[in-house]
Design a binder for this molecule. Structure first.
Ligand code: ADP
Ligand code: MG
Length: 262
């Protein structure tokens, strides 16, 4: 694992003519959790796809461990990072355990016992051991989401990119997901970039929050610095109340602007 992390400089991307990323600078170091937040359509998913080499920026550079993503084969990029897409991929009639083993991308269907042990350990970690033999088609949306997370974790890549991984999870499973992603960074030194809608989860999980709006980075810093009412108002156009408690600030409530009056 290199010390230089993922680095984006002046990244621009456009779907056909409309520019969605307008010069993004950002970085993710090994061992840190960075939360990417921002309104719908601000370019968060597009940014993750550019980093994972699915989309190719029109301008700017993205490097992983000092090496440009551009020009690398997908298989090479996949050795550096695991990407969990926003919408669960098509659900195949595999069991949960088989789908996790698929994350290891072995050439053969005959799994060696070490792979199996790794996959089972990840499922235990996610509290899904009892679902190992359940077909993916017969579990809930939240459980499918956790299976997708498991498929990324089993690979133990230097970096993890997750697009709204907690969306379908209830409070307890959200908390579990936070703990697991934090442990990936703290214990295994993985660099984690996670798109989140829930700002309070971002505050609890992240070392740093990057706030995107209209394809530009509006704020980038420790949670306390980004989570202030004027910044959030400018980004989301809603009034929020931020409450300080002993551990961390949290957004207590939203008040929607009506007719320009707060
Ligand atoms: P976010 O994840 O922050 O909600 P996205 O990166 O998904 O935002 O999308 C940013 C903008 O790009 C949106 O305006 C969206 O409509 C547009 N967009 C996303 N995907 C496509 C696509 N495949 N083709 C054309 N426009 C797209
Ligand atoms: Mg998105």
């Amino acid at each position: 694992m290199t010390a230089t992390g993922i680095e984006l400089r002046g990244v621009r991307y456009a779907y056909r003519r409309s520019e969605v990323l307008r010069g993004v600078d950002a970085r993710v170091e090994a061992g840190e959790v960075v939360a990417l937040i921002g309104p719908n359509g601000s370019g968060k998913s597009t940014l993750l796809k550019c980093i994972s080499g699915i989309l190719r920026p029109r301008e700017g550079s993205i490097t992983i461990g000092g090496e440009p993503v551009r020009g690398q084969r997908q298989s090479r990029i996949a050795r550096s990072l695991s990407y969990v897409a926003q919408t669960a991929d098509a659900v195949y009639p595999l069991t949960v355990l088989e789908s996790v083993l698929l994350g290891l991308r072995r050439a053969s269907w005959r799994h060696d016992p070490a792979d199996l042990a790794r996959a089972e350990a990840v499922l235990r970690r996610l509290g899904m051991a009892d679902l190992a033999q359940a077909p993916l088609t017969e579990i809930s949306g939240g459980q499918q989401q956790k299976a997708a997370i498991a498929r990324a974790l089993v690979r133990q890549t230097p970096y993890l990119l997750l697009d709204e991984p907690t969306n379908h999870l209830d409070m307890k499973h959200k908390r579990d997901a936070i703990e697991i992603l934090t442990a990936c960074a703290r214990e295994q030194g993985q660099g984690v970039l996670v798109v989140l809608h829930d700002i309070n989860i971002a505050v609890q999980l992240a070392d740093r929050i990057v706030l995107l709006r209209d394809g530009r980075v509006m704020a980038d810093g420790p949670p306390q610095a980004v989570i202030d009412p004027p910044t959030l108002h400018a980004a989301y156009d809603v009034e929020v109340r931020v409450v300080e408690d002993q551990q961390a600030p949290f957004v207590a409530g939203y008040r929607f602007q009506q007719g320009g009056q707060a």
